[in-house]
Structure formats: structure tokens, C-alpha cells
Design a protein around this ligand. Structure first.
Ligand code: NAD
Length: 442
């Protein structure tokens, strides 16, 4: 385990130097090394499953089923998908040449970048540290992983376990908060992969600019849900509740608010209340799979948003255990505080709009979201949302799940971020695609 508690600048430089020395040996470029690291990471996750679930429960009150599915299982899927496709992704790809260059041949190869930095947030503290790492290792890089200090149990578990399972000369875990991350950001990396909020994203990008280091910024924002008249409201409500209240709403692609078209604002209310009761019971405080707010600061921020509308269900909260009930607010004004910031917690406001034109205008007047969701039976509505709005991802009929498909790129656009990953998109992010041309001399 590497810590930077005492002399951050010196230590950060030392860590990166050590990894550079390893990278220079070229051993991380070998496909066998990459496979070995991914397989070892797989073993770590299965050997220490219970310990990791306990850390997630300590940090965020995550229930074991949710913790497994969204963190450990998610990462295992990413590893398996990568192992299955690694050879194909690394194979040279022939490229067409214009006639004037013949008889030359051309192809592209993916080469490792070098030493990369992964900075993770607290909300999925395991998944968001390790799934970028899967891409970094698959692409043959050395990596520094900086877990979030706001999920200290998971951070400590990663710092303890990763060096035991992975090539400790190629992967370092640096724990810490702002001073430690600042010291890391002063170093030269070959790629920085940051997940978190846009304010820090700007700090990361400015630091990267000093070294001309490319960045991936996986940020957040408000992800709207467009609700069209005529849809099956019971199914819609169940899927919305499942996506919204996962991890107590602390999910970057959680449905942030519902833009209810026409009469649907009124019609959906009771279905949402019923779905909450169905999933979490009469008292969600006792539901084993309902999480807690990460800390008092976020708890206070969230409870201050509760008077933004009429409470349909929820609203109860206990500061002592950072519990905030799954809450649905109706009659919410676009000017309410709850509509001015990413909620990132278990509050679902319903904002009524007269028609689809108004919904599209509402979305386009605001920052480009990380995800846009719609529940509609209309192909025309789907087509209009697809072509008249911009978002990191777009999903019809099911929130959040698009990020679990390794064949789909995951990333934002505009204020919701830049770059993408998962599956082959991670390979692309953490590699340089080199153009190779070969013309015979004869
Ligand atoms: P956070 O507070 O854990 O911060 C993220 C990381 O940035 C941490 O490792 C932290 O140590 C570091 N950091 C914080 N301040 C810093 C500074 N001044 N200089 C350098 N590094 C610093 O997490 P957060 O930002 O509260 O995360 C929540 C946000 O992340 C939300 O907006 C959410 O939507 C977004 N998010 C996005 C994704 C995605 O995949 N797009 C995933 C999860 C979260």
C-alpha cells in the first residue's frame, strides 16, 4: 500500500517514477501480463467478496445484493467481457490505402499509453475505481488508482488488496483527499481518467493541460425522464423507482426528475408511491437493501431540497443514520432549488409540461445530461428525442441499465463529461491507435 500522508509531493513523484520504470521494461505490454492481471483482479473480487461487501455497507449502507450486483458483479462482467475479446481488440487492423500508395500495405495497432491515473468517486467506490482499471490494464498500462476518501472503508480495502493480487510494481493505490490528489495531479501522466463532479473535473483538466495529458471526465448532472401520455404507468413507475432509489439515489445516471407530459404528472403519482411501497415496504428505513446518504453534508443538502414540492411519498429522514426515505415530490416548479442542482439522492421531482415540444425545449435549455430517459409508446417521440436533444446516453423504457452493457460506450457530453469507456471503448481510451504504413523498397 502506498500512502502519501507525510510528504505528498515527494511521494507522488516517487510512485509515478516507479511505475514508469516498470513500464519501460515493456512487460506490461505483453498480452499474457494483461490477461494475468485481469485474472488476478477477478480472483481478488471473488476471494474477498464478503470483505468488500462489508466495506460498501460501512461506507454507504449498501445491501449485499445491491453491492454485489452494482459493484463486484459489474466489475466481474467487465473483466470477463474484456478477457473474451482481448485478442480481437489487440489484433492489428488492416487499413485501406489510396491507389497512389500501392503496393504499400497499412494497418493500425493499439499500443499502451504508459502510466495512467484513475481518480474515483465515493458513490460506487469499487466499481468506479476498478472498471476503469480493467481498461487500463487490458491496454497494457501501469496505473495509479486514487479511491475516494469519502468511502474510506472501500478505499482502505482497495489499498490493502490490490497490491497483493496485482503486479505491485505496475499498479499503485494512493489513498487520500485533496492534498494527495493535488500532488498526484502535479505529476506527468499519459492519461487521466476522472469520475466525479464538474468543478473538480475542471481542476483535473487544468492540471492535465500542463503536461498535455489527455483526460476522460466522467461527470454528472441532471438526467431527465420524459413521460409520454398513454404508457403503462405501473411498469413505468416500477422501473423508475428501481433506477432512482438504487444506492439511495446516489447514482450518476439516476433519473433526476420526471418531465411529465400532459396529464401524466397527476396520473403517475400514485403509481410511484405504490412502487416505492412494493420495493421497500411500508418503512424503507428497515429495508435491508435501501442505502444511506454518504455523509452529513450531503444529507443536509438533500433535506434542504424537500420543500420543493408536494410530498407524494417519503420525506422522512433521520440524521443520526443518514437515512432519507425514497421521496417523490409533485407540482415542482422549474425554479425550485431541487431543480437547480443535480439531486444525487432519493428525491424524485415531477415537473409538468404541456407537450413534447415543451419537454424538448426544457431539456435543451439546460446542460447536456449524462443520460436522457423516456417512457413512450410513440416512435415519433423516440425519433424526436433522439434527433432533437443531446445526452451522454439515451434509453427508452428502462433507466440506468444502458451502463451495464459493455458493448455500449459510457460517457457524457458537454457538462456531463468527455470521453467514454466500458468494453472496447475502454481499450480505445487507454490505448494509442498507431498508424502503420509499409511500402516495399523494390
Ligand atoms: P468525490 O467527492 O469522491 O470526488 C471525486 C474524486 O475527486 C475523489 O477521488 C476526490 O478525492 C477527488 N477530489 C475532490 N476534490 C478535489 C480537488 N479539489 N482536487 C483534486 N481532486 C479532488 O465525488 P463527487 O465529485 O462528489 O462525485 C459525485 C459526482 O460524480 C456527481 O456529480 C456524479 O454524477 C458524478 N459521477 C459521475 C459518474 C460517471 O460515470 N459519469 C459516476 C459517478 C459519479
Amino acid at each position: 500500500m502506498t500512502t502519501l500522508a507525510t510528504t505528498p509531493d515527494l511521494d507522488a513523484a516517487t510512485v509515478v517514477d516507479r511505475l514508469r520504470t516498470t513500464f519501460a521494461t515493456r512487460r506490461t505490454a505483453a498480452t499474457d501480463w494483461r490477461r494475468g492481471q485481469l485474472t488476478a483482479l477477478r480472483t481478488l473480487l471473488t476471494d474477498h467478496r464478503d470483505e468488500l461487501l462489508a466495506a460498501l455497507a460501512t461506507d454507504l449502507g449498501k445491501g449485499p445484493a445491491e453491492g454485489y450486483r452494482t459493484e463486484i458483479g459489474f466489475t466481474l462482467n467487465e473483466i470477463d467481457h474484456t478477457l473474451d475479446h482481448l485478442d480481437a481488440w489487440l489484433a492489428p487492423r488492416p487499413a485501406e490505402l489510396p491507389e497512389r500508395l500501392l503496393p504499400a500495405t497499412a494497418h493500425t495497432v493499439r499500443e499502451p499509453l504508459g502510466v495512467v491515473l484513475v481518480i474515483a468517486p465515493w458513490n460506487y467506490p469499487l466499481q468506479l475505481a476498478l472498471s476503469p482499471l480493467v481498461g487500463a490494464l487490458a491496454a497494457g498500462n501501469c496505473a495509479v488508482v486514487k479511491p475516494s476518501e469519502l468511502a474510506p472503508a472501500t478505499s482502505a480495502a482497495l489499498a490493502r488488496l490490490l497490491p497483493r493480487y496485482l503486479d505491485a510494481e505496475a499498479v499503485a493505490v494512493v489513498e487520500g483527499a485533496v492534498p494527495e490528489t493535488t500532488a498526484l495531479l502535479a505529476q506527468r501522466f499519459d492519461h487521466i481518467f476522472y469520475t466525479g463532479n464538474g468543478a473538480v473535473g475542471r481542476i483535473v483538466m487544468a492540471a492535465a493541460a500542463r503536461h498535455l495529458t489527455p483526460v476522460t471526465l466522467e461527470l454528472g448532472g441532471k438526467s431527465p425522464v420524459v413521460l409520454d401520455p398513454g404508457v403503462d404507468l405501473a411498469t413505468t413507475a416500477r422501473r423508475l423507482v428501481a433506477g432512482k432509489f438504487l444506492n439511495a439515489g446516489q447514482t450518476c445516471v439516476a433519473p433526476d426528475y420526471v418531465l411529465a407530459v400532459g396529464d401524466t404528472a397527476k396520473d403517475i403519482e400514485q403509481h410511484l408511491a405504490e412502487a416505492v411501497r412494493e420495493v421497500y415496504g411500508a418503512d424503507p428505513a428497515t429495508a435491508p437493501e435501501y442505502g444511506r446518504i454518504v455523509n452529513e453534508r450531503h444529507f443536509d443538502r438533500l433535506t434542504a431540497l424537500l420543500d420543493g414540492g408536494r410530498t407524494v411519498i417519503g420525506g422522512t429522514h433521520h440524521r443520526a443514520d443518514r437515512y432519507l426515505a425514497p421521496t417523490v415530490l409533485a407540482d415542482v416548479s422549474p425554479d425550485a432549488p431541487v431543480m437547480q442542482q443535480e439531486i444525487f439522492g432519493p428525491i424524485l421531482p415531477i415537473v409538468a409540461v404541456p407537450d413534447l415540444d415543451a419537454a424538448i425545449a426544457f431539456i435543451n435549455e439546460r446542460d447536456k445530461p449524462l443520460a436522457l430517459y423516456a417512457f413512450t409508446d410513440s416512435d415519433e417521440t423516440k425519433h424526436r428525442l433522439l434527433t432533437e436533444t443531446s445526452s451522454g446516453g439515451l434509453a427508452f423504457g428502462l433507466p440506468v441499465a444502458h451502463l451495464t452493457a459493455p458493448g455500449l460506450p459510457f460517457g457524457g457530453v458537454g457538462e456531463s463529461g468527455m470521453g467514454r469507456y466500458h468494453g472496447e471503448y475502454s481499450m480505445e481510451t487507454f490505448s494509442h491507435t498507431k498508424a502503420v504504413l509499409d511500402k516495399p523498397l523494390g
